[in-house]
Design a protein around this ligand. Structure first.
Ligand code: FES
Ligand code: MG
Length: 586
């Protein structure tokens, strides 16, 4: 493209003679061009910033109330150095930030809202490519969903994991040990002062949860899908090498614009198939299911719940990290990180899937080394032989439900028990500690009203705390069913994402106290043991609960959210609108 430098009088031409998108704004010598450039010059940008070189957006979910992303302004500065070095112009802009541990009723309610913010911010502005800075659970998928619906060259830089938790000489893991400690307090084996002391010992630096929770899972999947440079998932948030990764990503982003390597060229069906297998091998979060389905929906890539079961079924658990194993993200990184997983899994992956590097994800895997085979296991000595997420079907979940067998108790994967039903989360909280609650370790806890529409937002409450009278016997796991999600850091024999949800009139809504339920994970079956006639009678009598949410985003969300088996995106956000905007601003 031709850009005229009014100081030197030179006419500059970008590498491949292709006029970049930003020149629709900055390449005009009329009133509109004046307006677009003049106001930007108020920040000290020289004339040559507008001469046709790539304008790289840095979409930052930095926020002090998203502690996992609190260091991302610093990381952004290193992206900028790389962009300038490679001949581009970096422009950082904010996007709604979603702090998993702070937002009520659940950050998941706002994942789709973030995606709309990101999509419209990218499209409306004079950008040629975009670097997404995020890490806390919902920020990564929200940003990628939004960017996918615009389809410019796009890369991800994750927050990186926080340092390992240290408590009384032991490693403790984000989330995973919160669930353990709080059950110990409920069982009377940990004191309250000990519990409160652990808070400061668990979260010692910026960065995301350092277990293989949803943040580390999504960062790993972004790396596996070729959306980020190698080691993006595991370099600790505060390690200088993350700044180097940011710098190099900034440089690479400029080249990607010249190559027109758009996000839809990277996130192909092959990338999703690889992600599903890698998710099994890393013991990744159940939340990856809804996020990958939603991202695929934006790109028009065919993906369904069955793909997760079918593709992940035979994949062994190689990464020995909490919650499915014993180590933490620092250990994962220092011993080789995700490239080792890709290398060991290579016979099962599409090695020719594209990467933002411009090469393929299989490139250079032969040079990868592992420094500890207990942290990242070889194929012939896995933590578990088959680790994929199982998709259950049956009259209780006609559109499916999921369970993560690697985080469950072996002995409960086939179980028949009587339902103890909680109609809402408030009902659960009011009665679970009641000594008169009729429940024992063979019961199945059933929670309703926690799906996308019901809560609203499909919160992470599916790993319900156990009743004290069961805990006191030393029992630490029970079968639990709901339309909720659970934290990627959590564990237990927990069936999640039951679809359709109770508030949508799914059969889950019809379960009554004392009903027998059969679960057989091997057979992929979840069955409510009542007759079809009785089920039909209950369905007839069921009335949809009225939502108290009448206005604003909640209303929009409840009216349009799809069920978990479709990724819980809003129905009108599926697909892409591209990056063309023809009308001027003035
Ligand atoms: Fe932000 Fe876990 S709470 S990554
Ligand atoms: Mg979470």
């Amino acid at each position: 493209m031709a850009g005229h430098d009014r100081i030197t009088g030179e006419t500059r031409v970008s590498n491949n003679n292709r006029k970049l998108r930003s020149q629709q704004w900055y390449g005009k010598h009329d009133r509109d061009g004046f307006i677009h450039r003049s106001w930007m010059k108020s920040q000290g940008l020289p004339d040559h910033a507008f001469d046709g070189r790539p304008i790289i957006g840095i979409c930052n979910t930095w926020s002090e109330i998203t502690p996992c992303n609190a260091h991302l302004r610093d990381i952004a500065e290193h992206v900028k150095k790389g962009v300038w070095e490679a001949g581009g112009v970096p422009l950082e802009f904010p996007a709604m930030s979603l702090g998993e541990t702070q937002m009520r009723p659940t950050a998941m309610l706002f994942r789709n809202l973030l995606s709309m913010d990101v999509e419209e911010s990218i499209r409306a502005n004079p950008l040629d490519g975009v670097v997404l800075l995020g890490g806390c659970d919902k920020t990564t998928p929200g940003q990628v969903m939004g960017a996918a619906s615009v389809d410019l060259p796009t890369t991800v830089i994750s927050s990186g994991p926080m340092l390992s938790g240290k408590y009384r000489g032991q490693d403790i893991g984000s989330g995973t040990d919160v669930w353990k400690f709080s059950e110990q307090v409920r069982a009377g084996t940990m004191s309250l002062p000990e519990f409160l002391n652990a808070e400061g010992c668990m979260s010692r630096s910026p960065g995301t949860c350092m277990t293989m929770g949803t943040a580390s899972t999504m960062a790993s999947l972004m790396e596996a899908m070729g959306m980020a440079l190698p080691l993006n998932a595991s370099i600790p948030a505060v390690d200088a090498r993350r700044k180097v990764l940011a710098h190099l990503t900034g440089m690479r982003m400029v080249e990607m614009v010249h190559e027109d390597l758009t996000i839809s060229k990277v996130l192909t069906r092959k990338a999703f198939e690889n992600a599903i297998k890698v998710n099994a091998a890393i013991g990744g979060s159940t939340n990856a299911v809804v996020h990958l389905l939603a991202i695929a929906g934006r790109l028009g890539v065919e993906l369904d719940l069955e793909d997760f079961d079918r593709l992940g079924r035979e994949v062994p658990l190689l990464v020995n990290l909490m919650p499915s194993g014993q180590y933490l993200m620092e250990d994962f990184h220092y011993n080789g990180g995700l490239p080792v997983v890709l290398q060991r899994l290579q016979d099962q992956l599409h090695l020719d899937a594209p990467s933002i590097t411009g090469k393929h994800i299989g490139e250079a895997l032969d040079q990868v080394e592992c420094f500890n085979d207990d942290v990242i296991r070889p194929m012939d000595n896995p933590v578990r032989p088959a680790a994929g997420i199982a998709v259950l079907k049956g009259n209780l979940c006609p559109k499916g439900a999921i369970i993560k067998p690697s985080a469950a108790s072996e002995g409960l994967l086939k179980h028949r028990g009587q339902a103890v039903v909680f109609e809402t989360i408030e009902d659960f909280k009011a009665r679970i500690d009641d000594p008169n609650l009729e429940v024992d370790e063979n019961s199945i806890l059933v929670l309703k009203g926690c799906g996308p529409k019901g809560y609203p937002g499909m919160p992470e409450v599916g790993n319900m705390p156990l009743p004290p009278k069961v805990l006191e016997k030393g029992v630490t796991d029970m079968v639990r069913l709901s339309d909720a999600r659970m934290s990627g850091t959590a564990f237990g024999t927990v069936v999640l994402h039951i679809s359709p949800e109770a508030n949508e009139g799914g059969p889950l809504a019809l379960v009554e106290n004392g009903d027998w339920i059969e679960m057989d994970v091997e057979a992929r079956r979840l069955h409510l043991d009542i007759s079809d006639e009785e089920l039909a009678r209950r369905q007839q009598a069921w009335e949809a609960p009225e939502s108290p949410h009448k206005r604003g985003y909640y209303r929009l969300y409840i009216d349009h959210v799809m069920q978990a088996d479709e990724g819980a995106d809003l129905d009108f956000l599926k697909g892409s609108s591209g990056h063309v905007v023809t009308r001027e601003s003035h």
